[in-house]
Write a protein that binds this ligand. Structure first.
Ligand SMILES: NC(=O)c1ccc[n+]([C@@H]2O[C@H](COP(=O)([O-])OP(=O)(O)OC[C@H]3O[C@@H](n4cnc5c(N)ncnc54)[C@H](OP(=O)(O)O)[C@@H]3O)[C@@H](O)[C@H]2O)c1
Length: 304
């Protein structure tokens, strides 16, 4: 009986640090790993605003104290990122999950420079700063995993998500490039390509209502297309949004697989469009198909 459980205490825990754990995917992943029955993980769940920690604390109420800690970390603040490293008791992070992210939706003309810059500050530069901070330790130890909450919007353009997609495309380029060199250091980079997930993401994103005053500066055709897009978005979320629990299995796979993939797709739903984009290098076929899909409700051949 004692022998059966002995390995739990003898085995060194994998130290996992996750950004953006106040809600959604980050919170779910922190809870999943902290409540692992074999206590294989020590989770550092970070969030920028510790006043939001109650929900997470409630979810991990029954977890062992050794498996879990909450730390403050704002990915846009380099001091906060560097200060976090000092607080890691084990002085190492085996698995870094860059999950913090924000969305932005609406006609491009509506976005202020500050709003767009914030999207890049969190989604791209926040990811870069976090990786930069933890990479030297991983390189020194010649082992590590970096897992990124990316998006289908990091692989293909989505109407009225121009700036969000631009930030996630940049993250894809960053990680694909890094992955090549990091092979030498036995460090694996994995991008989790999420489609719509039932989190607060849609409520938290910066968006504009078609009746909003800001949209008055936009021409009526764009306003009407945006209204159509919002309707499409609502339908897509209703029809294909995944539960957080469902997609967390992909994160677990990226953490546990002996040789993790660069990309994990949480849903097959957008695959026909992704494949179309990749197979027709000119790009026009993708633009036409996406336009039809969103604005005339026409599915691609594979979707039908
Ligand atoms: N849900 C989806 O449909 C979907 C689809 C594709 C990809 N994703 C990606 O999945 C990731 C997680 O999103 P989610 O769905 O879980 O949405 P969410 O519930 O809104 O979570 C986003 C998290 O990021 C945090 N965050 C924002 N700015 C931050 C900063 N400067 N420093 C540290 N943390 C910050 C938020 O903290 P606060 O509470 O303090 O704002 C929150 O904890 C994002 O990268 C998103 O792009 C989501």
């Amino acid at each position: 009986m004692y022998l059966r459980y002995a390995h739990m205490f003898l085995m060194e825990k994998k130290v996992v640090l996750i950004t953006g754990c106040s809600s959604g995917i980050g919170l779910g992943l922190a809870v999943l790993l902290a409540s692992d029955t074999c206590q294989r993980f020590k989770v550092y769940a970070t969030m920028r605003d510790l006043s939001k920690k109650e929900r997470l604390l409630e979810c991990v109420r029954n977890c062992h104290v050794d498996t879990f800690e909450i730390l403050q970390m704002d990915v846009t603040d380099q001091h906060s990122v560097l200060a976090t490293i000092e607080k890691i008791k084990e002085q190492r992070v085996d698995v870094l999950v860059c999950n913090a992210g924000v969305g932005l939706m609406g006609p491009l003309e509506c976005h202020t420079y500050e709003t767009m810059k914030n999207i890049f500050d969190v989604n791209l530069f926040g990811t870069i700063s976090t990786i930069q901070a933890f990479l030297p330790g991983m390189k020194q130890r010649k082992t590590g995993r970096i897992i990124i909450s990316s998006s289908v919007g990091g692989l293909q353009g989505i109407p009225f998500n121009d700036v969000y997609c631009a930030s996630k495309f940049a993250v894809e380029g960053l990680c694909e490039s890094l992955a090549i060199v990091l092979q030498h250091f036995n460090i694996h980079v994995s991008l989790i390509e999420c489609g719509p997930v039932s989190t607060n993401f849609m409520n938290n994103l910066h968006t504009w209502d078609p009746s909003d005053g800001c949209l008055q500066c936009v021409d009526s055709d764009t306003r009407s297309l945006y209204a159509q897009y919002l309707q499409h978005c609502k339908t897509i979320f209703q029809d294909v949004a995944q539960d957080t629990d469902e997609i967390l299995q992909m994160y677990l796979e990226a953490i546990e697989a002996p040789l993790p993939s660069l990309r994990y797709f949480t849903t097959q739903f957008f695959m026909p469009l992704t494949k179309l984009k990749l197979s027709c290098a000119g790009g026009s076929e993708y633009v036409q198909a996406m336009h039809k899909f969103v604005f005339s409700g026409t599915k691609t051949e594979e979707h039908q």
